[in-house]
Design a binder for this molecule. Structure first.
Ligand code: FAD
Ligand code: NAP
Length: 520
């Protein structure tokens, strides 16, 4: 019998290989996939060695468990025995060992903030750290201040003092309405900056101000109707959230504060907040890629800014699994036509279904009317990079095309200085090209836009470019409209593609400031 080498896992395009911020990933052994880990956690095996007991862990005790076969890590006050997980960790044992016997919260936040570790590691939970979290000392003061007086915001992180100046809020009412006013003291605030949710009479509004989040989080004193509206007075950075009272009574106070209410927190330290969105439609785009339309609940205000992604959360065989997806518009021409559905309630996604994947087959099995949890937007793309832009070069491979959809539309509609946008789109075959005819139509309609398709596995009839990202392809592609033009290169695709592209761009003397790579 032929000795066929086993297929390496994760597959070349597996998300389990995708690194964030250049983090190295290690190939996992056969039988060590995320699905295998879920199976192990369901097997009833004692993964902590504590026979189901939960204990209080002192710092001294934590420090003792610092070896590969006895490795405890604390994340946000909870201690996990991660030894059984070592071989399943896509970041490798070394990464886990760097936090062995200590508080790994910072390390975790740097690379895995979006991973639902509580669910993934629940069978590894040893217990809580013995130190009790301090009760916020100004809780009572805060409670008093909520009775209609203008509160001073809390800055939870000392570093935030170097960030934007502290926002504040106030509220007022009429017979029918309660208006919460947030004074951000920033000019570049718009409707994308505010993410608000009303759930079970608690109200949560996160305002993104540069790399910080200002949070209003209140258990309302009275009931309100499900929907509410958000207005922004851009030039003064004022946000007005108008809630509709259920009964026309006068409120003596707005409510009482919930976790992190009225605080300005570095964005990296805020947890991901999810709401359930309903699947409205699912359309085939290519043989394996579909356009999903999700509807936000009426009790949510959320607009995903250009270039950012969200996380989807689904429970798969009892474990919450989270994966990132990038919103697109319903077509490349939606900026130019009246929307069929109101833009601010529907979010579209182009998603490739991997038959052997963990998450996408579950997504594909969702029926119209089913729900999926969707997080607040994440990512480090800044639209300010487009200011005065003259040339925009987009390098996309496979579904790495998704962030380019909004980037492309935004640039063509909102940047008056723009002279040229070029997309080089890498795929295996012609059948894999997402929205090919739309791209060709757009290139025909808008003389500033040009698209080139490059195929790695073309048929003999293919007359276009073939092969992989290379110095020759890039040098020819990256021709600017003027030697002095302000330009930006965006790149997105399988991680090895992006890494290879970044290396080649660096070799061609492009600087980091001239490139944006989309990663998690
Ligand atoms: P995985 O389980 O990760 O598997 C993926 C591949 O690995 C498949 O080819 C599968 O066949 C192979 N594989 C799985 N198990 C094995 C095994 N045991 N042996 C060998 N091979 C195996 N994707 C989109 O489609 N649209 C988007 O808009 C989008 N946006 C993203 C944004 C960001 C910031 C990032 C980082 C990724 C984005 N992705 C997007 C990718 C997405 O997050 C998922 O990685 C993707 O949907 C695959 O998930 P999965 O769980 O179905 O597949
Ligand atoms: P794919 O079809 O497997 O690949 C697309 C093209 O890229 C193919 O021609 C492929 O060639 C080529 N390619 C793959 N690896 C390469 C490498 N190392 N060097 C040069 N070319 C390479 O892609 P996909 O399945 O759609 O996957 C898209 C990827 O994009 C996923 O990994 C996803 O996570 C990522 N993504 C990221 C974001 C983000 O914002 N970060 C957004 C969306 C998608 P061959 O297959 O012939 O080798």
């Amino acid at each position: 019998m032929l000795n066929v080498p086993s297929q390496s896992f994760p597959g070349p395009s597996s998300q389990q290989r995708v690194s964030s911020g250049g983090r190295s990933k290690v190939p996992l052994k056969q039988g060590r996939s995320l699905m295998d880990w879920i199976r192990l956690t369901k097997s009833g095996k004692d993964l902590t060695g504590l026979k189901g007991r939960l204990i209080e862990v002192t710092e001294e005790e934590l420090k003792k468990h610092n070896k590969k076969d006895d490795c405890w890590i604390c994340i946000r006050g909870f201690v996990y025995n991660v030894s059984p997980y070592m071989e399943y960790h896509p970041g490798g044992e070394e990464e886990l060992m760097s936090a062995a016997g200590s508080d790994g919260t910072d390390l975790f936040d740097q690379v895995h903030r979006w991973v639902n570790y509580e669910s993934m590691l629940k069978e590894c939970l040893v217990g809580r750290m013995a130190i009790k979290p301090a009760f916020p000392k100004d809780y009572h003061e805060e409670k008093r201040l909520l009775n209609g007086m203008l509160p001073k915001s809390q800055v939870t992180d000392p570093l935030a003092k170097e960030g934007p100046s502290s926002p504040s809020y106030d509220w007022f009412q009429t017979d029918a309405l309660v208006t919460i006013v947030i004074y951000t003291k920033q000019k570049d605030i718009n409707l994308d900056s505010v993410i608000a949710d009303h759930r079970d009479n608690s109200f949560r509004a996160e305002t993104v101000i540069k790399d910080y989040s200002y949070l209003i989080h209140i258990a309302l004193s009275h009931e309100i109707q499900e929907d509410f509206s958000v207005r922004v007075v851009e030039n003064v950075g004022k946000i007005e959230i108008v809630l509709k009272k259920k009964e026309n009574t006068s409120w003596k106070c707005l409510g009482h504060p919930l976790e992190n209410h009225n605080s300005l927190i570095p964005k990296k330290d805020t947890g991901l907040y999810y709401r359930k969105c309903q699947l409205i439609s699912k359309e085939d785009v290519t043989h394996d890629t579909k356009l999903f339309c999700l509807m936000l609940p009426p009790s949510t205000h959320l607009q995903v800014p250009t270039g950012l992604h969200v996380y989807f959360k689904l429970t798969i065989t009892g474990t919450e699994i989270v994966k990132p997806y990038t919103p697109v518009s319903d077509s490349l021409f939606s900026e130019f036509k009246e929307p069929v559905l109101p833009n601010n309630k529907y979010i579209y996604f182009l998603i490739k279904i991997y038959p052997a994947g963990l998450f996408t087959p579950e997504l594909d099995h969702l029926q119209i009317g089913d729900y999926v949890s969707v997080s607040n937007p994440e990512g480090n793309f800044k639209i300010s990079q487009f200011q005065d832009l003259e040339d925009l070069f987009l390098l996309a491979a496979g579904t790495g095309f998704t962030p380019m959809v909004k980037v492309l539309s935004y640039a063509l509609t909102n940047i008056p200085s723009l002279r040229k946008v070029k997309l080089m789109f890498f795929n295996k075959t012609e059948d894999d090209i997402i929205w090919r005819s739309q791209l060709e139509k757009l290139a025909f309609k808008d003389k500033r836009f040009d698209v080139e398709f490059v195929l790695s596995v073309p048929t003999s009839e293919w007359n276009g470019k073939r092969g992989y990202i290379s110095p020759a392809l890039l040098s020819e592609f990256l021709k600017r409209s003027l030697d002095t033009s302000k330009f930006l290169i965006c790149i997105c695709g399988p991680m090895p593609f992006t890494e290879q592209g970044m290396k080649l761009l660096h070799d061609l003397n492009f600087s980091k400031d001239e490139i944006h790579s989309f990663t998690a």
